[in-house]
Design a protein around this ligand. Structure first.
Ligand code: NAD
Length: 272
C-alpha cells in the first residue's frame, strides 16, 4: 500500500549552510520531493543539478537564481522553505503570495516590515515563521513561559552562543524565548527587553536582559536564568548539529501543505 504523496518543496538559498542541509534532508526523505531551489547570482551552484547537489544523484532539476523561475519550472503548489537573509525575503514572500504557495520562513533578523509582508501574505497562503525549527528550543519556550508565570518576581536573563558567521543579534531564538517569558507575565517584549547592558546603573526590575557571544562553529546554545534571592533556575537548550533545524523545517513544510491561509508557528506543528 502506498503512503500519502510526497510534499514538493522549493528551497531558497540552497548554497547556504541551512539551505543545503534542507535540500539534503528532502532528498533523503520519502515524504518530501525536492522540486527546485535557488541561489544568489554568481553562486557556484547556479545551473547545477539539484539532485546531485543534494547528494541524491542527478534529478534533471536545475538550480536557478529566481524563485519565480524555480516555481514555474516545478509547477503545482510546492512549499517554499526560506532560510536566506531578511533582504531576500520580500521577493520570496511576493512569489509565494502571487503563486499561492505555502511558505516556511526560518530566516531570522526580521524587522517590522518583514512581519507586515508575512501578515499580508498569510491572508492568501499558509505562512509558518519560526526563528528556531527544533523540537527542543520550542519546548524550551513553553517551559520558559511556565516558569516566568510561576515566578513573577524572578529576574530573567537570556544568554546565547553562536558561530562567528551569524549576522543577527540577539538571535531569533533568544527573542522567541524572551517574548515567551514576557507574554507569560502579560508584558510586551519590546518594552522589557534589554539587549546587552553597559554603563553604571542597577538592573531595572521587570526587564529581561539578552546577551550573546559569537565565535567558532557553535550551532546555537541558549540559557534562560530566573534569579530569585539566594537561588536560581536555569533552563537551557544546546544544539549538537544544525541538521535538527533542517528536519524541523521539513516537518513544518509537510504540516503546512494543504493548510488554510494564515499564520502558523512550530508550536502548531509540534503540538506544544
Ligand atoms: P548562510 O549565510 O550560510 O546561508 C544563507 C544563504 O542564502 C547564502 O548562501 C546566500 O547566498 C543565500 N541567499 C541570500 N539571498 C538570496 C537570494 N535572494 N536568493 C537565493 N539565495 C540567497 O546562513 P545560514 O546559517 O544558512 O542561515 C540562514 C538564515 O537562517 C539566517 O537568518 C539564520 O539566522 C537562519 N537560521 C534559522 C534557523 C531556524 O531554526 N529557523 C536555524 C539556523 C539558521
Amino acid at each position: 500500500m502506498s503512503g500519502p504523496a510526497p510534499v514538493p518543496v522549493l528551497v531558497t538559498g540552497v548554497a547556504g549552510r541551512m539551505g543545503l542541509l534542507i535540500a539534503r534532508g528532502a532528498a533523503l526523505d520519502d515524504r518530501c520531493a525536492l522540486a527546485g531551489a535557488t541561489v544568489r547570482p554568481g553562486s557556484y551552484a547556479d545551473g547545477e543539478d539539484l539532485g546531485a547537489l543534494a547528494g541524491a544523484g542527478p534529478s534533471g532539476v536545475k538550480v536557478c537564481t529566481q524563485l519565480e523561475a524555480a516555481a514555474a519550472a516545478a509547477g503545482g503548489t510546492p512549499v517554499v522553505i526560506d532560510f536566506t537573509s531578511p533582504a531576500a525575503l520580500f521577493d520570496h514572500v511576493e512569489v509565494a503570495r502571487a503563486r499561492k504557495l505555502p511558505l516556511v520562513v526560518g530566516t531570522t533578523g526580521l524587522a517590522d516590515d518583514h512581519h507586515a509582508a508575512l501578515d499580508e501574505a498569510a491572508r492568501e497562503v499558509p505562512v509558518l515563521e519560526a526563528a528556531n525549527t527544533s523540537l527542543g528550543a520550542n519546548l524550551l519556550a513553553a517551559l520558559v513561559a511556565r516558569a516566568a508565570a510561576a515566578l513573577p518576581e524572578a529576574d530573567i536573563e537570556i544568554f546565547e552562543l553562536h558561530h562567528r558567521a551569524k549576522k543577527d543579534s540577539p538571535s531569533g531564538t533568544a527573542i522567541l524565548l524572551g517574548r515567551a517569558a514576557a507574554e507569560a507575565r502579560g508584558q510586551s517584549w519590546s518594552e522589557v527587553a534589554v539587549p546587552s547592558r553597559a554603563g553604571h546603573a542597577p538592573r531595572q526590575p521587570g526587564t529581561i536582559g539578552v546577551f550573546g557571544l559569537r565565535g567558532g562553529t557553535v550551532p546555537g546554545e541558549h540559557t534562560v536564568t530566573l534569579f530569585l534571592d539566594d537561588e536560581r533556575v536555569e533552563l537551557a537548550h544546546k544544539v549538537q548539529d544544525r541538521s535538527i533545524f533542517a528536519r524541523g523545517a521539513l516537518t513544518a513544510a509537510r504540516f503546512l501543505a494543504g493548510q488554510a491561509p494564515g499564520r502558523y508557528t512550530m508550536a502548531d506543528v509540534l503540538g506544544l
